[in-house]
Design a protein around this ligand. Structure first.
Ligand SMILES: C[S@@+](CC[C@H](N)C(=O)[O-])C[C@H]1O[C@@H](n2cnc3c(N)ncnc32)[C@H](O)[C@@H]1O
Length: 277
């Protein structure tokens, strides 16, 4: 009863945000993995890496970035780590490449490689890490001489359209949900903030860039259904709503997005990328 009652409360009355819930690989793939794979390809291309390098993928999730490195950049090895054992198991099951290995570890206890890694990369992770400064410093400490640390994060405040629409409507119904809106939660997700973070961690020749992908949805249902999977901040928020509020949010979004010809909804998603040597 207590559990059921708590689930009906708006954010204003909940004790704390729903949490980020990185637990189910399939749900993550439907919600974000399909987009993070496209982003990963652009991110690695932006790095212009050499082949035969040793890579560390920090916060690998279900393996989007590791898969892109293996497919495009002929690595000597990729060690991929994530604190979610479920995500690591998913990535291991789906990436059958002898150059890639997977371990359960977070930015707080990163694996090491004798001689260091040539590329230490992280996609869509740094804003979720409790101490990003410390995380980037430990990435730097694991670099080989001449190595590079690089990361990208969504521009949640204005360039990640499908989430911006989601939170704008969620906040119109429940202003107290502002604390869960990734656009407000993550001031790190701006080019200047990322560059400052990298410089403060002792990296030189810091550069930033922006990367954009198309996020097209075949129908409104294709847009909405992944929010029901419970994995990631916005789906965790939806999971904590009672059925009436969830339906009200769904209706507002359907009206707002007003699918175009053939039911398609076309959007863009921008990410900020940063690198330092
Ligand atoms: C949005 S997902 C990105 C996953 C993957 N890199 C991708 O591009 O699809 C965020 C990831 O950060 C991971 N994460 C959360 N806290 C972390 C930490 N302290 N250290 C490293 N990774 C963390 C989560 O487990 C999750 O896999």
């Amino acid at each position: 009863m207590l559990r059921a009652a708590m689930r009906t409360k708006p954010a204003a009355e909940r004790a704390k945000p729903a949490g980020d819930a990185w637990a189910a690989g399939e749900a993550y793939e439907a919600y974000m993995g399909r987009w993070s794979r496209a982003l990963a390809r652009g991110f690695v291309a932006w790095l212009e890496p050499r082949p035969a390098a040793h890579w560390l993928d920090v916060g690998c999730g279900t393996g989007a970035l590791t898969a892109a490195v293996c497919a495009q950049w002929d690595p000597a090895s990729v060690l991929a780590c994530d604190p979610s054992a479920a995500f690591v198991a998913h990535a291991r099951r789906h990436i059958a490449d002898e150059r890639a290995t997977f371990v359960t570890a977070g930015a707080e206890n990163l694996p090491t490689l004798e001689g260091g890694f040539d590329w230490i990369v992280s996609s869509l992770v740094l804003n979720f890490v409790p101490e990003p400064g410390r995380a980037v410093s430990s990435m730097r400490e694991r670099m080989a001489p001449g190595g590079t640390v690089a990361a990208c994060v969504w521009d949640y405040a204005s360039g990640m359209e499908f989430l911006r629409h989601f939170w704008d409507e969620a906040l119109a119904l429940d202003p107290a949900a502002a604390a869960e809106d990734e656009g407000r939660r993550f001031p790190l997700c701006h080019a200047d903030a990322l560059a400052a973070l990298f410089r403060a961690a002792g990296l030189d020749r810091v550069e930033t860039g922006s990367l954009e992908i198309a996020t097209d949805f075949a129908t409104f249902d294709d847009y909405w259904r992944p929010f029901l999977g419970g994995t990631g901040p916005a789906p965790a928020y939806v999971a904590a709503l009672d059925p009436e509020r969830r339906e009200a949010l769904r209706e507002r979004l359907e009206r707002r997005l007003a699918a175009g010809a053939g039911g398609r909804i076309r959007m863009r998603a921008r990410a900020w990328a940063v690198r330092g040597a």
